[in-house]
Write a protein that binds this ligand. Sequence first.
Ligand code: ARG
Ligand code: GLU
Length: 712
Amino acid sequence: MKRLSLFITLILTLSVGIAKAGEGMWIPMLLQYNEKEMQEMGMKITAEDIYSINHSSLKDAIVLFGGGCTGEIVSDQGLLLTNHHCGYGYIQKHSSVEHDYLTNGFWAMNRGEELPCPGLSVIFLREMRDVTAQVLEGITIDTPEDERKAKIDENMKKIKAQIEKETQYKIRIEPFFLGNEYYLMLNEVYTDVRLVGCPPSNIGKFGGDTDNWVWPRHTGDFSVFRVYADKDGRPADYGKDNVPYKPAKHLEISLKGAEEGDFAFVFGYPAHTNEYLPAVAVDQEANLIDPIRVDLRGKVLDIYNKYQEQDPKVRIQYAAKHANIGNGWKKWMGVTEGINHFHGVEKKNEFETRFQEWALGARNRYMYIDLLKDFKKNYYDLKPYELAYTYLAEAGLRIELINFAGRFARLSEVTKDTPQEEIDKMIASLKTASANFFKDYYEPIDREVAAMLLNEYLKAQSADFRPAFLNDIKDVDGYVDNLFNKSMFTDEAKVNGFLDNFKANKAKKLANDPALKVYQSLIGFYRNEVYDHISEINTNIDRLQRIYMKGQMDMQPDKRLFPDANFTLRVTYGKVEGFKPQDGKTYKHFTTLEGIMEKENPDIYDYVVEPRLKELFNNKDYGRYADKDGKMHVAFTASVHTTGGNSGSPILNAEGQLLGLNFDRCWEGTMSDLIYDPDICRNISVDIRYVLFIIDKFAGAGHLIDEMTIVE
Ligand code: ARG
Ligand code: GLU
């Protein structure tokens, strides 16, 4: 009897004590605490092999790419892999009608053909240090918030000044655990990064927005760059004398693939998560704000779709807008579904009941007692302003005409005292903006969107929570017609003529344009009625959240918690595995080239297949890149906790060799930014063997493969 109860206690403590497998974005310098679990899950290397400052380690091959994605070095010549959608902007910049690299792909056949990418940088982390004690010196739990902030700024300045003396690296200090800990990063920033190759978009973006966030997936989402340095290997701006960067470490590439259940980890730069919110915040996001965004965006996308299907020109004009709006739309749909399916709010509530009991259990926990109550009050206060903001962003400013007119707000404030030089600058930049706007503008879409959104705005927001112009509208359709007929911003010739002949005395006429007036009404409402409230309440919430985080750590001293993502380098690990998104539905963990042929549809832009790819498929000409099942594997899923920013991150096997590049998540599990559920949260990676197959067999750029270290 006694033994049994001991056993049960053990099980109970264990299940509370261990983070769910797959969950967590871990700080590399503290990875020794995860090493045992990682090795039990199958890892064959050590934490020191992943992050070390004493000898070369995998971290030396990982970069923050272009400020928003991850990349990895795969040769001793600075060759770098990231996603196609991460390199997209740079590929686009080099593309023209004669050299349409987006459509046709691009391959530098020698170093001389590699294309410089001004503005692109990659950042290597050289070292990380815990500076919590120094940053929080002189601060207690009772320090008032503004004093705390000033003190932290002062302390950080001191630390930076000190470290600057001993290092050549760039110093970055960031809060972790919502301000309970601080870490310092020593970074090296390389600014000569060149485009080496990319597949055509119908490989690199295969499935497009239709398949975005969706499994099964068949996207060859990769592009190839090279990092250059000066002769000493130090960062240098673009220059002819620069040489390929020699990393301390480059990744080995495995051609073995992964079996279901195999250990895998992702090493990269996740951007933002919110894993420690109270129930009330999760509820508000998943059940109030996200559904409104999804609903409004869904209605906008319906209108886009209708016109895009009718006219190929409109399809292209609205492709990027559709992609942008659609990315959030699908993701938030997943968040709401996931949170409700998983009973996320209820689970948070159960935890809070226990937290409250714990807080009341000892006198030195006084600072935690009112937290949950205070959260409720603040989120309650926040709600109307958050809604007002959501409608402003998703309804008001979504109307293209109004948004575009807003670009002229500064010009409309010009007076006879404004220096001509300043005016000329404004005019020049507005001319560019105008050309860009009209190239992709289709007025019938915008009129229909405007009428729909203004109706929604009026229905949802009461008179005291909406901009003044809305309160004057009697008949929305008539109002929209009038707005679009009277504003000059629907007419490219008029706008250009106005810009060409602009004089200070015309500013007033501009200010009277009905579309610009609507813009001013929206922004004025935000400035006068919303902004101060939101920022004040958010300051309160940040403070509560910091203390709540500390409480959650104090309450569970045996549970290793991970800090929310903050665009710093992290290790996340799990298993290669499929999942069951719904009752009766099971997803396999990988897809193959067969699936691309099944999806092929020459009439649907997202599903056009390159003839050359088909030829390789028909001949089963896969070389050494085929799986042992004889097929060409394209993508795979794993239970590894990732988020935006992890795009392009390497997913590695038990030996630390490259298996693929992370590029997305399954929409059913996008709630992992708030709560991770190992049953349905899956990241999606492109199989490295497909990447090499495309480089080698499809593009004939085998010289790049020769640089890499391949493990067969
Ligand atoms: N969903 C991915 C992300 O959040 C990929 C987005 C780019 N791909 C696309 N088809 N829009 O960044
Ligand atoms: N596509 C995302 C990115 O660009 C990764 C997907 C996610 O949010 O996990 O970082």
